[in-house]
Design a protein around this ligand. Structure first.
Ligand SMILES: Nc1ncnc2c1ncn2[C@@H]1O[C@H](COP(=O)(O)OP(=O)(O)OP(=O)(O)O)[C@@H](O)[C@H]1O
Length: 229
């Protein structure tokens, strides 16, 4: 389980995270959502140790962040960070050399699923194709958790549907997925748990199926309540 407890982050004099607490479990898709600037990406970066934080704790399976815990998590940022001059297959070889957790078989399956051409240059990919390749790179690692920052940003509807399909397939298996998005859309029915952020705090955290069946509300309905109250 990823446990974030009372997380605080300040950029210069500005408080951006004001005591964020939530959990994301293995075998579930947890969506950290909220309007622009709420602090979603900052939370993911803090979990990955890419940003120092000013207070609070983060634990992975009961252990404080360390080299060992990072090996349990794959992070898919909102843009490709691979060398642009490489072909897609060279990029995959680069990842295989770098990560012991690389699963070549799953990488190949994802390449076929997204109909990506191995010989294409990373630097020449369209935004949507780059997002798919980014998912290949992240999901091909054998990790217990996957963090994704805005996996649907700027992607056409059919590609979004394709990406959504991956979430309900064996390619995710029983891993814990924590993703940020403000575009719930096609993903709504795949999300197990929603965590709504506003101005650096968590304003609602709920089991989506429970809220759907007991209150007849979608995630967007709950977001409307939160932001318009
Ligand atoms: N390196 C930084 N220096 C200063 N301020 C920053 C930095 N990174 C983020 N911020 C500020 O922190 C706040 C939260 O940013 P963050 O990117 O986490 O929000 P977000 O919820 O992911 O937004 P979006 O939906 O637009 O991606 C914003 O006001 C942003 O301007």
């Amino acid at each position: 389980m990823i446990e974030v407890n009372n997380l605080r982050k300040r950029f210069r004099l500005r408080n951006v995270l004001n005591g964020v607490s939530f959990t994301a479990e293995k075998g579930q898709i947890t969506c950290l959502t909220g309007i622009n600037g709420a602090g979603k990406s900052t939370v993911l970066k803090a979990i990955m140790g890419l940003l120092p934080f000013n207070g609070g704790q983060i634990q992975i399976d009961g252990k404080a962040l360390s080299k060992h815990t990072y090996e349990k998590i794959a992070y898919i940022p909102d843009h490709l960070t691979m060398p642009l001059g490489m072909s897609l297959s060279e990029g995959m070889r680069f990842m295989a050399d770098f990560y012991d957790s690389w699963n070549e078989e799953r990488a190949e399956e994802l390449m076929r699923f997204f109909k990506l051409a191995s010989s294409d240059k990373i630097g020449n990919l369209s935004k949507g194709t780059a997002a798919k390749y980014n998912l290949v790179i992240g999901l091909a690692q054998n990790t217990d958790y996957v963090l994704m920052d805005e996996p649907f940003s700027g992607i056409d509807i059919f590609s979004r549907e394709l990406i959504a399909e991956v979430f309900s397939s064996h390619l995710i298996e029983d891993r814990g997925v924590l993703l940020t998005t403000h575009e719930i859309g096609e993903m709504e029915h795949l999300i197990d748990r929603a965590v709504i952020m506003d101005k650096g705090i968590i304003v609602r955290e709920f089991d989506c199926e429970e809220v759907r069946s007991e209150e007849g509300k979608s995630i967007v309905d709950v977001m409307r309540e939160v932001y318009h109250s």
